[in-house]
Each structure stands twice: as structure tokens, then as C-alpha cells.
Write a protein that binds this ligand. Structure first.
Ligand code: NAP
Length: 306
């Protein structure tokens, strides 16, 4: 039986450990402050932001959402970020992606003060990760590393394969695994014999954005499989194919008209992997936990400087 890596449980552990640190900061003057910039109306982004604000409130972190309109220009968003950079009670700034097409996302992310970069995506912090210096790490890969460590899954000396090379997940994931002394291979859409490369992995991380693409031919028996993907299936034939053996998921689809699936075929993962993250309930909850961790750490660093 494969070990199911429970992201909800690990999130709760991480948040419980952050609680006393938040309380200590509050007792010393003020709680950590997180500002989320949500430009326009993207229904998925609105849900993500609501969850981030809810998690902050539950932990006692001061949070606020700034909502420039859909028509906002790059300059408008830059002004919002610059004001947040100046405000002393804000420790973490997060600009929710994607931004409307007319806004230059790279300029906006560069404008965030690296000290307040709650998402760990500023090039200065990507550089700190590369150099293995302390600093905020990209939340999703940092959460995955935390999960592997808390489950005491060995990393040093293992073959790790990361599929996907985004700045948000794939690249920082590979770097974090490298710093833990894994032998890391990065794959992408131009990688020949992708299944063959993945089959060499003791630790396989799929961050692709293609529903259930990674099937049993990609998984070495007993490997640890981390499924980052979050894809919504909306066609009955896709749901029937992917969840053929799962009456519960078929029932979810009947009720809601869609069902969530990762980048890894769930049946293949359960049958072939030694340990794996389910979707939902695997990687997703960790991302918010690490956002909270980055915000608390930023507040501690900044309060030490005052
Ligand atoms: P992204 O920026 O779209 O990057 C996708 C990567 O996958 C790219 O590097 C791309 O290669 C590669 N790829 C695409 N098709 C491929 C194929 N057929 N074979 C091999 N590689 C392929 O995506 P992302 O932001 O990293 O997100 C990836 C997935 O994770 C999405 O489903 C996203 O929703 C999910 N996600 C989840 C969380 C969470 O908290 N659970 C957080 C972030 C993202 P090229 O570079 O060659 O194009």
C-alpha cells in the first residue's frame, strides 16, 4: 500500500508551529502584516486570495487585500506596490497572478521590496536560493520540501526528476532538491523520452498543468510521487477515463459538473508509487502554509532590524 502524504495534516502542523511566533511578535509590538494585491476579477484568483486572507486571520496575522480594477495599468499597480513597500506595518506583499494582459507582471514583481517578498519570487530571492542563502523561498516547492522532510523521506543521494521549469514551481523545486543533495534532472516539453527519464526517479515531481498526463509508464515502482498539478476536468468522457475505478469522484462530477485532477494519473500513482500526494489534499494546502511562514519570517527579520 502506498503511503499517502497528507498535505492538510502537514499544513496544520506548520500553522500550529507558527502560532506562538505570531503571538510573540504581537506581544512585542504588532502582529505580522500581509498585503495581497488582486487586480481585476479572476474567479480562481479570488478564491485563492480569500483562502490566504482566511488563513492569515486564523493565525492572527494582519492582512489586507488591495483591489485595483481590471483596467489598471502597469503604473497603477506599481503605485500600489510602492505604497506597500513604504508602509512599516506590512511585512509581506503578494501580487496574485495572473495579472491582466496590459499589466507588465515582470515589472510589478521586480518592484516588490525583496524584504517583503512573501511569495519568494523576486529575482533577488531566486538568487539567494541559487546561492543557498537564507531568504523567502517560493511557497509551493518550499511546502513540498517541508512535506518530504516531515515524512522523513530520504532525499540525499536519491535521483529526483522535476517535470516543469516554471519560475514558480519547477526551477525552485529543482534547486531545493539539489541543496538537499539529490541528483536532480529537470524536464520540460522538449525532453525526449520523458517517461523513460521519469522512470529513473526515486522522487518524481510533476508540475506540468496537463491532466493525468503522468501514467504508470513514468513511475518507478516504489518512487515518491509529488503531484503539483491542479486541473479541472469538465468533460464526462475525461472524467470516466481518469476516474474509472473511483465511484466517489464520479459522484463529485455528477454533483458539481467538474472534478479536480493532478498531473499524475491517480490510479497509477496509488498502484505504483511508494508514497504520493493526493489531489486535492496534497501540495495545495502547503502553499498557503508556506506563505504564512514567509510572512512571519519577514516580520521577525524586520522587527529585529527596528
Ligand atoms: P507553467 O508555468 O505552465 O509550466 C508548465 C511546465 O510544464 C513548463 O515548463 C512546460 O514546459 C512543462 N510542460 C508542459 N507540457 C509538457 C509536456 N507535455 N511534457 C513535458 N513538460 C511539459 O505551470 P506552473 O505554474 O509551474 O504550474 C504547473 C501545475 O501546477 C499547474 O497545474 C498549476 O495549476 C499547478 N500549481 C499548483 C500549485 C499548488 O499550490 N498546488 C501551485 C502552483 C502551480 P516548457 O517550459 O517547455 O513549456
Amino acid at each position: 500500500m502506498a503511503l499517502v502524504l497528507d498535505g492538510n495534516r502537514t499544513r496544520d502542523e506548520i500553522l500550529a508551529e507558527l502560532g506562538p511566533r505570531v503571538a510573540a511578535l504581537a506581544a512585542a509590538g504588532r502582529p505580522p502584516g500581509l498585503a495581497v494585491v488582486l487586480v481585476g476579477h479572476n474567479p480562481a484568483s479570488e478564491i485563492y486570495v480569500r483562502n490566504k486572507i482566511k488563513a492569515s486571520a486564523a493565525l492572527g496575522i494582519h492582512s489586507e487585500t488591495l483591489t485595483p480594477p481590471e483596467s489598471a495599468s502597469t503604473e497603477d499597480v506599481l503605485r500600489v506596490v510602492e505604497e506597500l513597500n513604504r508602509r512599516p506595518e506590512i511585512d509581506g506583499i503578494l501580487v496574485q497572478l495572473p495579472l491582466p494582459a496590459q499589466v507588465d507582471a515582470k515589472r510589478v514583481l521586480l518592484a516588490i521590496s525583496p524584504d517583503k517578498d512573501a511569495d519568494g519570487l523576486h529575482p533577488a530571492n531566486a538568487g539567494r536560493l541559487m546561492a543557498n542563502l537564507p531568504g523567502p523561498r517560493a511557497c509551493t516547492p518550499a511546502g513540498i520540501l517541508e512535506l518530504l522532510k516531515r515524512y522523513r523521506l530520504p532525499i540525499a543521494g536519491k535521483r529526483a526528476v522535476v517535470v516543469g521549469r516554471s519560475d514558480i514551481v519547477g526551477k525552485p523545486m529543482a534547486m531545493l532538491l539539489l541543496h538537499e543533495n539529490a541528483t536532480v534532472t529537470m524536464c520540460h516539453s522538449k525532453t525526449p523520452d520523458l517517461a523513460g527519464v521519469c522512470r529513473e526517479a526515486d522522487i518524481l515531481v510533476a508540475a506540468i498543468g496537463r491532466a493525468a498526463m503522468v501514467d504508470r509508464h513514468f513511475i518507478k515502482p516504489g518512487a515518491t510521487v509529488i503531484d503539483v498539478g491542479m486541473n479541472r476536468l469538465e468533460r464526462a468522457e475525461d472524467v470516466a477515463r481518469v476516474f474509472r475505478n473511483s465511484p466517489e469522484k464520479l459522484a463529485v462530477f455528477e454533483k458539481r459538473g467538474s472534478v479536480l485532477v493532478g498531473d499524475v494519473d491517480p490510479a497509477a500513482m496509488a498502484e505504483c508509487a511508494g508514497a504520493y500526494t493526493p489531489v486535492p489534499g496534497g501540495v495545495g494546502p502547503l502553499t498557503i502554509a508556506m506563505l504564512m511562514a514567509n510572512t512571519v519570517a519577514a516580520a521577525e527579520r524586520r522587527s529585529a532590524l527596528c
